[in-house]
Design a binder for this molecule. Structure first.
Ligand SMILES: Nc1ncnc2c1ncn2[C@@H]1O[C@H](COP(=O)(O)OP(=O)(O)OP(=O)(O)O)[C@@H](O)[C@H]1O
Ligand SMILES: [Mg+2]
Length: 313
């Protein structure tokens, strides 16, 4: 069996009364690009902080290529981190930043400069390489942040919400870089709460919430969790409570409420012929339905089923 690049076992971390991670276990094979999908507060940053060595006082174990990640400091040099909060010197240029951060590793000067210039080209910052970073847009800063995470040629790259707060073009460019890094053999874990990003970018997806992994698999494997069902989205003017009273769970007839909030519900139907019956019940309870959409099973449906909440919350 191929050795795992990362084996996380039973990781636990609390901040006082708050449990951020509990029995969190996850494996990563070499070359995998894993999208870790979780809503706000799920524990994503806590996980990345533990793996990057900036957070202590946790329980459980992490093995990197079969060795205890925290026993040998040199192992961490084989991991690249792109934190949620960007880390660089605003007064230095992009090139100077790369030379500074790369300088923390044992890389010969000429080789470091060659790599820095190469990475600036990869993240499409070559023409702005010598400008102070404070003049950069948010998207340019994010791309520089990714380049900094790659300058020491890590075997594993961890990115914490690398596409937050940037425009569509910059997002696409960062996802392209992630895919390309993965194609060249670097393993990648990136966290996000954007479903489309993991659908488009990852070879494997993990869904987490409240400090735990709820499901992992390829997109097709995850979608099978919902099964061969019709997904129905209902929006209108109703409270979550009123909706649940109208369509009690388990509602029989193969109707499953995947998620319900005020004014929006998502349901799975084993048989689409039951959809009119649901509408009748909603009318009987005087709930106003403004829109009804019938869809194929999607990652969103799986996510809602597993977490019971919407990413839009
Ligand atoms: N320094 C801290 N002190 C106290 N509680 C914290 C601290 N950092 C995180 N938490 C709590 O731990 C839980 C997990 O937080 P974490 O930042 O890991 O989530 P996240 O998945 O990264 O969320 P987001 O999508 O908002 O970035 C949350 O309940 C959060 O409030
Ligand atoms: Mg976070």
């Amino acid at each position: 069996m191929q050795q795992k690049i990362l084996e996380i076992k039973n990781l636990g971390k609390s901040y006082g009364e708050t449990t951020a991670l509990a029995n969190f276990s996850l494996d990563l094979a070499p070359g995998e690009v894993l999208g870790l999908l979780g809503p706000n507060g799920a524990g994503k940053t806590t996980l990345i902080s533990i793996l990057s060595g900036t957070l202590r006082d946790f329980s459980g174990s992490v093995a990197f290529r079969g060795q205890d990640l925290f026993a040998d400091r040199r192992l961490k040099n084989r991991i690249g981190i792109v934190p949620q909060e960007m880390a660089f010197y605003e007064d230095l240029s992009a090139l100077e930043n790369l030379l500074f951060w790369g300088g923390l590793y044992d890389i010969p000067e000429k080789e470091l400069k060659r790599r820095a210039l190469e990475l600036l080209a990869v993240v499409e910052l070559s023409t702005r390489a010598r400008e102070p970073v404070k003049k950069f847009s948010g998207g340019m800063k994010r791309r520089l942040n990714v380049a900094i995470g790659l300058v020491h040629r890590p075997e594993l790259l961890l990115l914490d919400e690398p596409t937050v707060g940037i425009d569509v073009q910059a997002k696409v460019s960062i996802l392209d870089i992630i895919r390309e890094v993965g194609r060249k053999g670097t393993s990648v874990v990136f966290t996000t709460h954007q479903l489309a990003e993991v659908e488009q970018t990852c070879s494997r997806i993990a869904i987490m919430d409240q400090g735990k992994i709820l499901a992992t698999g390829t997109l097709a494997e995850l979608i099978r969790i919902v099964g061969e069902k019709e997904i129905v989205e209902v929006s209108g003017e109703f409270s979550a409570t009123a909706f649940s009273e109208a369509i009690p769970a388990p509602s029989g007839a193969g109707i499953e409420i995947l998620s319900v909030s005020d004014d929006f519900a998502m349901l799975a139907f084993a048989d689409s012929q039951d959809i009119p019956a649901m509408m009748q019940r909603l009318f009987a309870h005087r709930l106003h339905v403004a829109d009804l959409k019938i869809k194929s099973p999607s990652l969103e449906a799986v996510f809602l089923k597993m977490t019971g909440r919407s990413l839009r919350d």
